[in-house]
Write a protein that binds this ligand. Structure first.
Ligand SMILES: [Zn+2]
Length: 79
């Protein structure tokens, strides 16, 4: 009887998505760029959606994107 060695390979690679799906055209081509502490831009490389987004606090691109989609779907943003 031999002891079995269990090798657990843990991948510590956490890459945040850099492109998001566009609520207008459905393509995964939204890019969120944080310009400064209070300003970000959201742009779609497919349908040309482009807007500036004022940040009320420091946020990650994914949070900005989620907020944008919420507002977009709620009709608070028209682009
Ligand atoms: Zn689009």
């Amino acid at each position: 009887m031999g002891r079995r060695r269990r090798r657990v390979i843990r991948v510590v690679k956490r890459t945040l998505p850099k492109v998001f799906s566009c609520p207008r055209c459905g393509m995964i081509s939204i890019k969120v760029k944080v310009k400064s502490e209070g300003l970000a831009t959201i742009a779609c490389g497919s349908c040309g959606l482009n807007l500036q987004y004022n940040l009320t606090s420091k946020k990650e691109p994914i949070d900005i994107y989620n907020e944008f989609v919420d507002n977009y779907l709620a009709g608070r943003i028209s682009v």
